[in-house]
Design a protein around this ligand. Structure first.
Ligand code: SF4
Length: 354
């Protein structure tokens, strides 16, 4: 069982972050925010895929003003992502459920204080989101942060200095992210910052690439931190349709047992011993059960070596034999059927279980 880091709790719209709340899944739109209809449509797609918090980029005042209509058109909590211009943040704070500020490009204390005051007025939180690409280099050395050096230390030093502005204003409605493109630097930075404060963390491996490599990098980085109990919400960043980010994100928390998003399939890798077509069978089972709401362990195993043990240990399972499959339900053999009927018989047994 993963022991989660104790943090303060904030709320983005109706979604709680930190303080023991479920780890929530985020994504970001790829539309031009000034195109309200396209942005609302994409947010609806993301929400349908299971995205719990949506971020939109707000690159200018026109985009900020569009947030009002976007907010009206959606149900999901809305985060406005701001860089460079604090006035855009002030306008966005009138409509969004959270403001993301980058300490690397909105840093003047008097400007940050105005954004804090606007968010305080509306009771919305701020994400302090540091990125390795925009952080001031070299300040980590002087800060002497325990257990980190280089880029990780620079990001933490930047964030800790930035937080002083907020804490001076008695504003604690904050979550923090420290994103670098390299997994090691990112993980080290979050681990070290976790020792320095109790704000909830937004996790991510930035610029992680196309879906194949990006899924691996994100699963390693985000997964390592979640296994440490660190992380309260996250975005998987992929160079792809953002719906893919949500699918990967859900699989990460489901695999770690942090969220119940329906069945988990354990299928064997197959080998020369397999006596039935495990790959096709598993693909077909996955297609049939992917939208089932109930958490279930499903085992699909190719032969008698590990098959009966794994299949019996799952809620429902199949162990392959010579042209046949043995179906297990809650640890007991319920039937042995020919390979051709295996999928349909398995689905009947699954229905009984549901
Ligand atoms: S369960 Fe059997 S078929 Fe599957 S990988 Fe193990 S030995 Fe091979």
């Amino acid at each position: 069982m993963i022991k989660r880091r104790r943090t303060r709790q904030i709320k983005i719209g109706n979604v709680a972050i930190g303080g023991g709340a479920p780890v929530s899944i985020q994504s970001m739109t790829t539309t031009d925010t000034r195109d309200v209809d396209a942005t609302v449509d994409q947010i609806a797609e993301l929400a349908a895929a299971g995205c719990e918090i949506v971020r939109v980029t707000v690159k200018d005042m026109e985009s900020a003003k569009c947030l009002k209509d976007i907010r009206r058109g959606i149900a999901a909590p809305l985060v406005a992502d701001i860089h460079f211009d604090y006035r855009v943040a002030l306008e966005s704070a009138k409509h969004a459920d959270c403001i993301r500020l980058n300490p690397g490009n909105i840093s003047k204390p008097e400007q940050v204080r105005q954004v804090i005051a606007a968010c305080k007025d509306r009771g919305i939180p701020i994400r302090v989101g540091a990125n390795s690409g925009s952080i001031q280099r070299g300040r980590g050395k002087a800060a002497k942060i325990k257990g980190v050096s280089g880029l990780s230390a620079d990001m933490i030093a930047g964030v800790l200095d930035y937080l002083k502005i907020f804490e001076k204003e008695k504003f604690y409605d904050i979550k923090i992210s420290l994103k670098a493109a390299h997994i090691y630097e990112t993980v080290m930075a979050y681990r070290a910052l976790a020792r320095e404060c109790d704000y909830p963390f937004h996790l991510g491996i930035t610029a992680s690439g196309l879906p194949f490599a990006g899924t691996i990098k994100s699963s390693i980085g985000i997964g390592a931190l979640l296994l440490d109990g660190i992380g309260d919400t996250f975005r998987v960043s992929l160079t792809a349709d953002p719906v893919e980010e949500v699918r990967v994100g859900r699989e990460i928390v489901k695999s770690l047992g942090l969220r119940n998003f329906g069945p988990v399939i354990m299928s064997c890798p197959t080998c020369g011993r397999a006596e039935i077509d495990i790959i096709t069978l598993t693909e077909r089972i996955e297609a049939r059960v992917k939208d089932f709401p109930k958490p279930l362990d499903i085992a699909v195993m190719g032969c008698v070596v590990n098959g009966p043990g794994e299949a019996a240990g799952a809620d429902i399972g199949i162990a392959g034999g010579k042209g046949v499959g043995v179906i297990f339900r809650k640890g007991k053999i319920v039937k042995t059927v020919k390979e051709k009927q295996l999928l349909s018989e398995f689905m009947k047994e699954l229905e009984k279980l549901l």
